[in-house]
Design a protein around this ligand. Sequence first.
Ligand SMILES: C[S@@+](CC[C@H](N)C(=O)[O-])C[C@H]1O[C@@H](n2cnc3c(N)ncnc32)[C@H](O)[C@@H]1O
Length: 230
Amino acid sequence: MISPVDDFLPVRLKAVHDIAVKGADNLPSRRIIDVGSDHGHLSLYALVHDNFESAVLTDIHEAPAKRSEDTLRMYGYADRSKVYCTDGLDGVGLKTGDIVVMAGLGGNNMIDILGRVVKRDEPELLKSIVWCLQPQKSSDKLREYLFTSGFDITDENACEDRGINYIILKTVYTGVPHEFTLKQKYYGPVLLQRAASGEEDAVRYKSRLDERFAIAQRGDEEIKRMMEEQ
Ligand SMILES: C[S@@+](CC[C@H](N)C(=O)[O-])C[C@H]1O[C@@H](n2cnc3c(N)ncnc32)[C@H](O)[C@@H]1O
C-alpha cells in the first residue's frame, strides 16, 4: 500500500527536494529548514525519506504556519519539527551545516531574507549553510545578488510542472563576490553548462528563454546586451 507521504509532492517540489538533499549526508547538521513552508509537505517528505533528524518550518502568515504544524503532527513528526510564524529566518538560529530551502517565494523576497541573515550571522557559520532556492520570479535579480554578495551557485536545474517552467538553484556563501556575465545572470551559470552538454531539461528551458529574450530585448537594453554577448 502506498502511504500518503510516498506520493504527494508535485513535480516542482519533488525537484526542489531532490536538489536540496543531494550531498546532504555529508553535512554535519541533520536539519532541514523550510522558509515559506505553507502546507509543510516538503519537510514532511524529507523527514520520511531522508536521513534528517529534524525540520524547522517558517511562514510569515499564521494560517500556513498552522497548516504546516497540522501536517507534521498528523503524520507523527511533531516532536522532530518546529514551526515559526516569522518573516524568513527572523528569530531562527542557524546551526552549522543546515540546509535551508526557500521554494515558491519571489526572488526579491529571498534577497531580503538572505540579506538579513548575512548581516546577522558570522561568516564561518554562513559558509557552512547550503541554500536551495526556487524563485517564483526575478531569478535574474536573485543571481545578481548572489554573485555580488559572496555566494557561489553550485548547482542549478530546471523543471516543468503543469506547463510552467521553474528553476532551482543551490548556493553557498563564500564571502567573496565575483564577476559574472549577463548570460550567467539571465540563464544561470550551471544551467548554461547543462544545456551545452545536451541535458534535456536544461536544453528545453534554455530554448524557452531564448524565445522570451528574443522578444524582451526590443524593450530592454540589458537583455539586448546579453543577447549580443558571445
Ligand atoms: C507560494 S507558497 C509556497 C509554499 C511551498 N514552499 C511550496 O513551494 O510549495 C509561499 C509561502 O511562503 C510564505 N511566505 C512569503 N513570504 C515569506 C517570508 N518572507 N517569510 C516566510 N514565509 C513567507 C507565504 O505565506 C506562503 O505560505
